[in-house]
Design a protein around this ligand. Sequence first.
Ligand SMILES: Nc1ncnc2c1ncn2[C@@H]1O[C@H](COP(=O)(O)OP(=O)(O)OP(=O)(O)O)[C@@H](O)[C@H]1O
Length: 576
Amino acid sequence: MRTLIPFLKPYKGLILLILVITIVDVGGTLYIPTLVADMINIGVYSGNLALVLQKGALMFAVALVAAAAALLACYFCVRLSALLGRDLRNALYDHSLTFSTSDFERIGTGSMITRTLSDVSVVQQAFIWSLQMILPVPAMCALGVIMSFAINRTMGLVMIGVTVIVLGGAIIITHKASFIYEKMQGFLDRINLVLRENVTGIRVIRAFNKEQYEEKRLRKTFEDYALSAIKANSLFFGLESLAIFVMNACIVSILWLGSNQVGLGRMAIGDITAVTEYALLILFYIIMAQMVVIVLPRSRVCLRRIHEVLQQAPEISDAVTTVPVLAGTETVCRFDNVSFCFPDAEAATLSDLTFALRRGTTTAIIGSTGSGKSTIAKLILRFHDVTGGAIAVDGVDVRRLSQEKLRQHIAYVPQKAWLFSGTIAANLRYGNEDATPADLWHALDVAQAGFVRDLPGGLDAPVAQGGTNFSGGQKQRLAIARALLKKADLYIFDDSFSALDFKTDAALRHALAKEVAGSAVLIIAQRVSTIAQAEQILVLDDGKMAGLGRHEDLVASCPVYSHIVSSQTKGGGLHG
Ligand SMILES: Nc1ncnc2c1ncn2[C@@H]1O[C@H](COP(=O)(O)OP(=O)(O)OP(=O)(O)O)[C@@H](O)[C@H]1O
């Protein structure tokens, strides 16, 4: 509940309104049996038709007021629940924007989606039900018991007994349900994860004929979830049966004890109707509340999971005082004895790297797969923080810059070119939202993405989620064009030319050289031909610097580099 309070604060007025309307509803509902009893006791016995009609008219008016109150309460509850859901989702999303990759890995992408969508829905639902069905129960029980005592002491005691038994049962079953619902949410995360993997990896599954294996894996997750749901529902029906049994036992007790009291002259016959009605109303409200109470443990689990995300301190956060403006110096970025180790890794991924990225020059990084090339790019962008040494941009340690400012100065093409669903123009404008169509075409031409001209719709051609309607090379070129639209001090291309043929690769680098002449360029590549012209090449070997220099010097002095070169030039020279 502590998690919800800050989200409910802005709606204090609305909650108060719902409370008042609910009390009107409950009061009206309980007043009707009293009127019925009066009609029987006075009107019917004395044959006073005028009194019966008068009480009838009053009953009609009270019923109308109670119904209107119930309707209004329902409307305001739905409104409050929708606002609460919106605010919770916004808070989760906003907070997730501050997360680093490791933060996301800790929670899990599937779980993050379940928490934002399903968990919030469960909390919303539980909240609205609690307002509508649990909130009136104390008022209903208290008023019902008081009114029963007012009629007859024995009836009052019966009412207390019934309330205590049903509430006791509800508490025991709720406790048991809590454990099952916790497991169910975990299974839901798992279903989300496996389903996502299946949908996104459908081609790999088919290519490897793994449909049956995946089917088994999915079935298992569905089955686990279904079994837990059956267990939870068994509890639910157990509770419902208990409530119906208690309800019937209660009616029998009232009729039996009540008729004795009428026989002893301590109670009028019409009062039995009133007390039975009070008892049924109390039980009805408790049963409805039980149905909500039983799902509360699930919502508590969901709320705790939401709380976990909201409370998670981001691995990377801005310093209290950050440097407002960068100077635009000659050395755009500098690594000083940089080392880095992933939180869950035993050995360092990068060790003792020292080099500089200078304006107007191209630096390339080459090395075997897993040697740490992409990690260097991620450190510059501060997706992770160094564990040793320092990285400075324009002479300022990146940890002293705000993340927003830092990233404003960098254009990045990630290894896995990611496009958003929409149009080509919308994707390109991610780089510069004010870009004109002429700017977009220019960036596309530099990125050798002329194929867009042949697409029906051109710049407005549709892009599927993740860019799946484009080939790997086309996606790479669109991602490059997007980066070029951003005027930056440093351009980072992480293995961005790997899916291009040699001719396109060469043409692109040629066009690129003019485009980014005033900035520093960092190219991460596997192909020597892509980087041979670079002003400096950093050779990485298992996270360590094996060489730094121009192509010709490294061929002569760096065994790791000359080995890479010879492995790529067997049977022909370098292309491009
Ligand atoms: N999030 C992570 N958690 C733990 N280890 C990681 C993580 N990301 C990468 N690594 C490890 O860090 C090392 C360097 O990864 P990196 O992606 O930088 O290599 P790379 O040289 O770019 O490889 P490739 O050429 O295949 O893209 C690898 O051994 C990898 O397993």
